[in-house]
Design a protein around this ligand. Structure first.
Ligand code: NAD
Length: 507
């Protein structure tokens, strides 16, 4: 698995040059334009999931650090809010330029820190730049409102940034997700305290450096590393922080909602998923197969929008499953920096234990392990791509988010049954419908409980469209103008257009 294939040695050599500074300096917090250790002096280690080796130490931020960062973000807010739109736009474009310039470094560090395969991470870095460019171009319209005249008043609306915001991100594709949340916040005129996941701190540090080099004023973007239960919790409870944008597990979202209650935090949650891909027998089955495989086994299955439940019409189920098994068994598991690798190791031991525990759960519940269900020998948290068949919709493998390269297939006879299975779950992030019957696709999409639905397609992100989930998969939407709805407040101003009668009490 670690044999030297073309490209791997070169990538490892480049990675070494990028890691040297992390090894020497560790990762510090960044508050008000300065790199600082945690006030407690404490650090934690970050290790690579590829071989368990130490990457570097990281400042272990706590409530004091969050307080300093939140104060810095509060102090920097008025000037950033009032900066000319063209200047703010130019800075965000320079951040995008910086991401492109350092995209190789970002991709290699991301792979080493998270176990993701390079073939996907190089694109994720560039998508991060696109996120900044997209929102940079929206800065000028961010304060736009409406004119709603009444007989007596010229009513106008405008939007103003809500204030300093906390952004808490997970370890799956952490670079791309950080840009996805931070770019609209900055474009809206908010200042930011970012708390990246403790398991993958490297690229959040690179991103912050790129922003500083792009001329972002001190205090506008502060970075606090640390664990969810202390740094994350303190951020959600801080009075100066007006809103929390969170990407992570559903149960963490629920905790954050409670933690933020005393300070009436506005929250935006992008949470878990157990997304159905529904294949009817009239579909283009070859394309459906490609898409279903891609959406669950790319990114090591550590993807909120993964198609982790495959619902097959019984007329095609057997043939489809045979083809699926053949393909799944050929997915190339290996070193993330090998360009041929399609799947790398899972992020960490705890997560590996969670994912592999479902092999026994599947067996004891009576499902069949049709592919995988094993882990390769050797170091690192590698698992083989796994397929469960003969499952029932109420089984844990068909209900719970496994968040690994594990697919559960289910069968259905009628469209009604398919919809019942698809909706019979606590999550509602995405759904993928495969049919060539237009009316059926519309009818099914109408009934499907999901925030995002694709027909005859895998998940293809288009930045102006709304991104988010229903049920336990989230609250709120990102993308297009929807991001500004979260990071900004609506303001109504009514101007009298004449001398309308005003009630004269006590006259
Ligand atoms: P997680 O919820 O464990 O952690 C996410 C972040 O929250 C981390 O930075 C963590 O330190 C922090 N955190 C943990 N407890 C906290 C607390 N009490 N207060 C404040 N912060 C706290 O999630 P994870 O395991 O890192 O990420 C995987 C999850 O993220 C999966 O469920 C996945 O579906 C979800 N996800 C969703 C989307 C989406 O768009 N819907 C995108 C990516 C990932």
């Amino acid at each position: 698995m670690t044999d030297q294939q073309p490209g791997l040695a070169d990538n490892l050599a480049s990675l070494e040059t990028h890691l040297a500074r992390f090894r020497q300096e560790g990762i510090q917090n960044h508050i008000n334009g300065k790199n600082v250790p945690a006030r407690s002096g404490e650090t934690f280690e970050t290790r690579s999931p590829v071989d368990g080796s130490l990457i570097c130490t990281v400042a272990k931020g706590g409530a004091d650090d969050v307080d300093a960062a939140a104060r810095a973000a509060k102090a920097a807010f008025p000037a950033w809010r009032d900066m000319k739109a063209s200047d703010r736009k130019a800075i965000l474009h320079r951040i995008a330029d910086g991401i492109v310039a350092r995209s190789e470094e970002i991709a290699l560090c991301e792979c080493w820190d998270t176990g993701q395969a390079l073939r996907f991470m190089s694109k994720a870095a560039l998508r991060g730049a696109e996120n900044f460019r997209f929102f940079a171009d929206k800065v000028a319209s961010s304060r736009d409102g409406q004119s709603l005249p009444s007989p007596t008043l010229m009513n106008i609306t405008t939007r103003v940034p809500i204030g300093p915001v906390g952004i808490i991100t997970p370890w799956n594709t952490p670079f791309m997700l950080s840009t996805w949340k931070i770019a609209p916040a900055l474009a809206a005129g908010c200042t930011v305290v970012h708390k990246p996941a403790e398991l993958s701190p490297l690229t959040a540090r690179l991103l912050m450096e790129i922003a500083a080099d792009a001329g972002l004023p001190d205090g506008v973007w502060n970075l606090i590393n640390g664990f969810g239960e202390d740094a994350g919790k303190a951020l959600t409870e801080h009075r100066a922080i007006k809103a929390i944008a969170f990407v992570g597990e559903s149960r963490t979202g629920s905790m954050i909602m409670k933690q933020g209650a005393d300070t009436l935090k506005r929250v935006h949650f992008e949470l878990g998923g157990k997304n159905p891909v529904i294949v009817f027998d009239d579909a283009d089955l070859d394309r459906a197969l490609d898409a279903a495989i891609f959406m669950i086994y790319s990114l090591n299955g550590e993807r909120c929008t993964s198609s982790s439940r495959l619902l097959l019409q019984d007329t095609i189920a057997e043939t489809f499953q045979q083809k699926l098994i053949e393909r799944v068994n050929k997915i190339r598991v290996g070193h993330p920096l090998d360009p041929k690798t399609e799947m790398g190791p899972l992020i960490a031991k705890d997560h590996y234990d969670k994912v592999t525990s479902y092999f026994d759960i599947a067996r004891s519940d009576g499902a069949t392990i049709a592919a995988g269900g094993t882990a390769p020998e050797g170091d690192g948290f590698f698992v083989n791509p796994t397929l469960f068949t003969n499952a029932r919709p109420d089984m844990r493998i068909a209900q719970e988010e496994i968040f690994g390269p594990v697919l559960t297939t289910l069968t259905f006879t009628s469209e009604e049954e398919a919809l019942e299975i698809a909706n019979g779950i606590e999550y509602g992030l995405t759904g993928y419908i495969w049919t060539n019957d237009l009316t059926r696709s519309l009818r099914f999409a109408n009934g499907l409980e999901a925030g995002m639905i694709w027909v005859n397609s895998e998940n293809v992100r288009h930045l102006p469209t709304p991104f988010g989930g229903v049920k336990a998969s989230g609250i709120g939407r990102d993308g297009g103008d929807w991001s500004f709805d979260f990071y900004m407040e609506q303001k109504h101003i009514g101007l009298a257009i004449g001398k309308h009668p005003i009630a004269r009490l006590g006259a």
